[in-house]
Design a protein around this ligand. Structure first.
Ligand SMILES: Cc1cc2nc3c(=O)[nH]c(=O)nc-3n(C[C@H](O)[C@H](O)[C@H](O)COP(=O)(O)OP(=O)(O)OC[C@H]3O[C@@H](n4cnc5c(N)ncnc54)[C@H](O)[C@@H]3O)c2cc1C
Length: 401
């Protein structure tokens, strides 16, 4: 009984926060979206101002660990807040939600020195994390191909390698590097480790900025040349890199999926607005069956993805992460965003392709969602394999877990 009451109180708190986030997004972020999209000095200043206001309003880092300024403990409760944050592509950096994943990883797998040096400044808003896994010249989907090396000598990790498509590379103060610490013949699930590297360490260099579909999201290619960091900057155990990567991906996929659902809902709302605008009324869009079909398709994929995310989130909350549910939820959210954004661009005609609406920016995110955090093909392959393996052991699958 006490547990049920506690759960209800947490859910009520999440609802209240979702309303506050919605008001902040509608009143303070959406009116400035056009300016924020430029990612020049002025827009970064505006973003920083909005982040300060969000912090003052108590709306930052909501899904951080409760011991480190977070307010929402369960992923299932966070869904309704993340959706509201997700209504605009600029929320993540303003509400600090793009760093929640790092906060959880550092708290769970970091030692005290890592908490002090990296986690606490992040909570205070003075440190910016990034994550270095993908490397030029290799498939990012296959960790066994990672060539960046870290060798322990005289109490220090000596790191050499190159990483690319690193988000926040232009302003990160530290990076979690996935590097090879085992010998060439060590099995991949014991060959890799995660190591924390401050970006001002000698030998760390931002080589170049990279754009995504012509737009800068702060991504870059970095190199590490004879970089040295203390031995205790190792996250988790030596050789636990693959395990940590999978844990990071599980939580990361769900957090992103929740935001994508918010963006997809924004597209549905924008379609509704277009249909009832003077422009839409003049063309009698509400009476057209194909327009109704766009609305139904978008509703269908959003509603389905929300429930898949909820089921997957519950499995993580219960400490039994269900890989099948998580991967399917990630793909469903990405699919919902692709369908909803494409339909919305279509209904807005040329305006949908211009910067007069936020739709083109949303479409860029939709397209990248099919590659980021596990491309469609490798997720389909992995889920299919797990399902087939399941039937080797059991005669029937139960969705009621
Ligand atoms: C917006 C964005 C942000 C990113 N941020 C970061 C970051 O912060 N840090 C970081 O380390 N990386 C980051 N990445 C890189 C991302 O992790 C990789 O793009 C992703 O892992 C895929 O790797 P890849 O690009 O090398 O493509 P590849 O692995 O080479 O895959 C390319 C294509 O090959 C096909 N393919 C691959 N595997 C299979 C399979 N098993 N079956 C069938 N076909 C397959 C698919 O069509 C796939 O799309 C980011 C990427 C994007 C788009």
């Amino acid at each position: 009984m006490a547990k049920v009451l506690e759960k209800t109180m947490h859910t009520e708190l999440a609802r209240t926060l979702a309303c506050q986030v919605k008001a902040f997004v509608d009143e303070k972020i959406i009116p400035h979206e056009l300016q924020l999209a430029h990612r020049d000095d002025r827009s970064l200043q505006l973003q920083a101002d909005l982040a300060r206001q969000a912090r003052l309003a108590g709306l930052c880092n909501l899904f951080y660990p409760l011991s480190h300024s977070g307010k929402i403990a369960s992923l299932e409760d966070y869904l309704i807040v993340a959706e509201q944050e997700g209504h605009t592509e600029f929320s993540q950096e303003i509400f600090g939600s793009h760093t929640a994943l790092d906060a959880h990883m550092l708290l769970r797998f970091g030692n005290e020195a890592i908490h002090r040096r990296f986690l606490e400044p992040m909570v205070a808003g003075t440190a910016v994390p990034s994550y270095g896994m993908t490397e030029p010249g290799h498939s990012g989907s296959i960790p066994s191909l990672i060539t960046t090396t870290a060798v322990l000598s005289n109490g220090k990790w000596h790191i050499n390698g190159r990483k690319w498509f690193i988000s926040n590379a232009d302003r990160a103060t530290f990076i979690t590097i996935l590097a090879r610490t085992g010998n060439p013949d060590t099995a991949v699930n014991q060959a890799l480790s995660m190591i924390m590297v401050p970006t001002n360490t000698p030998g760390f260099k931002m080589e170049r900025r990279l754009t995504m579909m012509g737009h800068s999201y702060g991504q870059g290619e970095i190199s590490l040349h004879a970089v040295q960091v203390p031995e205790h900057y190792l996250l988790g155990g030596c050789g636990s890199g693959t395990e940590l990567m999978n844990k990071r991906l599980n939580l990361g996929r769900l957090l992103r999926a929740m935001n994508w659902i918010g963006l997809a809902q924004r597209c549905l709302d924008l379609m509704g607005a277009r249909i009832h605008s003077a422009h839409g009324k003049f063309s009698r869009l509400a009476d057209k069956q194909l327009v109704r079909q766009h609305m139904v398709n978008a509703y269908h994929v959003i509603a389905s993805a929300r429930e898949l995310i909820r089921v997957a989130a519950r499995s993580v909350d219960a400490q039994y992460p269900d890989d099948i549910a998580i991967n399917v939820a990630k793909m469903a959210a990405s699919h919902a965003l692709c369908i909803a954004s494409d339909s919305a661009v279509q209904l807005y005609g040329a305006e949908g392709l211009s910067d007069l609406t936020p739709l083109f920016g949303i479409s860029r995110i939709a397209r990248s969602s099919r590659i980021l955090d596990g491309n469609d093909e490798s997720l389909i392959s992995s889920v299919g394999r797990r399902l087939i393996n399941f039937y080797q052991r059991e005669p029937a699958y139960s969705f009621d877990r």
